[in-house]
Design a protein around this ligand. Sequence first.
Ligand SMILES: Cc1cc2nc3c(=O)[nH]c(=O)nc-3n(C[C@H](O)[C@H](O)[C@H](O)COP(=O)(O)OP(=O)(O)OC[C@H]3O[C@@H](n4cnc5c(N)ncnc54)[C@H](O)[C@@H]3O)c2cc1C
Length: 499
Amino acid sequence: MSVNDKQDNREHVVILGAGPAGLATGHEVSTHNSHKVTVLERNNFVGGLCNTIVYKGYKFDLGGHRWFTKNEHLNRWFQRLMEGEYIWVERISRIFYDYKYYSYPVSFGNVIKNSGIFTIGWAGITYLLSALQFSVFNKPIRNMRDAYVAQFGIKLYDMFFRRYSEKVWGLPCEELSADWVSQRSAGLSIWTVIQEALLNTKTDKKSLIEEFMYPRDGYVRIPQRMAEDIENSYADNSVRLESNVTAIKYNGPNDFEVTYKTQDGAEHTEYAKCVVSTIPLGVLPRLIDPPPKPEVIEAASSLIFRDIICVNLIVNKQQVSIDTWLYVQDEDVIFGRLHEPKNWSKAMVPNEETTSLVLECFCTRGDNIWEMSDDDIARQCVKDLENKLGLVKPGEVVDWKVVRALQAYPVYDLDYAPKIELVKEYLNQFEGLYIVGRGGTHRYNNADHSIEMGLLLGRHLLGYEVDYLAVNTEPDYQEIVSGGEPKRDAYRDEACQSE
Ligand SMILES: Cc1cc2nc3c(=O)[nH]c(=O)nc-3n(C[C@H](O)[C@H](O)[C@H](O)COP(=O)(O)OP(=O)(O)OC[C@H]3O[C@@H](n4cnc5c(N)ncnc54)[C@H](O)[C@@H]3O)c2cc1C
C-alpha cells in the first residue's frame, strides 16, 4: 500500500495545543500511522510551559524542568525519543528559610545548627499533638494546612511548607484544597524524613530522588522531537504555529469544524473526526457551539490559575552555587525558587567562564508583581540575591531577560472539584472530543503526566481500552521511587490488549 492510499483512509484528528500532552497524542497516533494529525498552537513555538528560550547564547527553561517518572515504560519511551540527547543530572537542593540555608532532604545536624535543639524538640511535640488530633481523634482534613499539619506537625509545616505554598499559590493554605498535598506528598511522612535525616540511609521508600534525566540542550527538546516525528511521519501531518483556536463547532458524533486565526488575522477551518483539547478547561466551553448553560460558563470561569515571571540572569562568574534547585521560603524575597542551568547541563551556557540563573516569581496577572516592569522586577531580584541570599556580588549580574507565562499553575481552591465535574459533564456530550494535559484537565500535572496522558489517549484513539484520565490521580508521593510502578492504568511499552 502506498503512503497516499494509507493517507486516504486515515481519520483526521485535530489537536489543540502543541504542549507535551497534545504532541504526545499526535506522536502516538503518528507512530502507528492511524490518523492524519493537525496540531494547532497559538504560540510561535512548540512546548507550552516546557519552553526553553535562547538569549545571547544562554538557554533558559521556563523554570527548572527535570524528567522524572516512576513508570519505567515511560522512561524507556523518553530514552528512545531523546536518544543521543539526554544526560543524567545529580540533584542537590537546598531550602532558604529565615535567612539560612537548609539542605534538602533535611539533615538533623543542619537543622540543629541553623535552628537549635529547642526547635527540633518543639517540632517533635507539635507533631505528636497533631498526630493525636488527626489520627487518634480523627479531626477532619479540610484544607492544605490541615493536610500538612497532619503529616508533619505545625512547626515543620510553618518552617518548610506554609510560606513556600502561599508564595506559589497566592492564597492562604486554609483556602486551598488538601488534594494537592495528597497528590504530591502522600507517603512522605515525618518518619521517612526522620529516618533519612537520622540514619542518613535510604528508607525502603527511596524518597527525594537524587538523579534525574534532562535533555542536554534544554527541556524544549522533548516537545521539539515529538513535533519533528509527527511532521516527518506523513507529508500531510502538520504542527501549525501562531494558530489560535477560536471556535469548535459540533455537527454531530465525530464531526467537528475547528476555526483558528493566524497572525495575519485570517480565519481558517479544519474538519475533524476527533478533537483533542489541551486548551485550559476553564476556557474550552466558551469556544464550543452549541454553547453551555450559564452555570457551566460560571464554573469554568472560576477555575483559576497562577501565573509566573521568570527572571533569567547572566552572571559574570564561573558558578553561583552547586544546587540544582534552591527553594526560597522567606516572604520578603521576591522570587520563590531558583536554579542554575549550567549545573544541569554545561550546554546551557555558551562558555566556561560565566553562568546564568533562572529566578521564578509566582504571581497573578494584575497583581503587584505582575504589574512591575521587566527591568524593575529584574533589579529587585538582583538586589535580593545580593543582599538577602548573598549569592552574587554587586556588578556580577551583567544582563537579564524576563519571560512571562500565564496559566502556569492550576489552582486547587476549596471547591474546584465539583466545578471540574460540571464542565466535564457538559463536554462529555460531544462524541469525539477529548481533553488531556495540565490546563486541559485542570490537574497539577508534571510534564511526564501530561505526556503519559497524551500517549494513552493516542492508544485510546487507536482502539485500545485505556483510562487516560486516570494518570496523576493516585495518592502516592510522586518523588518516591521504590514500590514498583504506578497502580493506575499506566503507559506500557508493549501494545495494550484490546478488551
Ligand atoms: C515553573 C515550572 C516548573 C516546572 N517544572 C517541571 C519539572 O521539573 N518537571 C516536570 O515534569 N514538569 C514541570 N512543570 C510542569 C510542565 O511544564 C507541565 O506539566 C507541562 O508543560 C504541561 O503540558 P501540557 O501540554 O499539558 O500543557 P501546556 O504546556 O500548558 O501546553 C498547552 C498548549 O496549548 C496551547 N494553547 C492554549 N490555548 C490555545 C488556543 N486557543 N489555541 C491554540 N493553542 C492553545 C498553549 O499555548 C500551550 O502551548 C513545571 C511547570 C512550571 C510552570
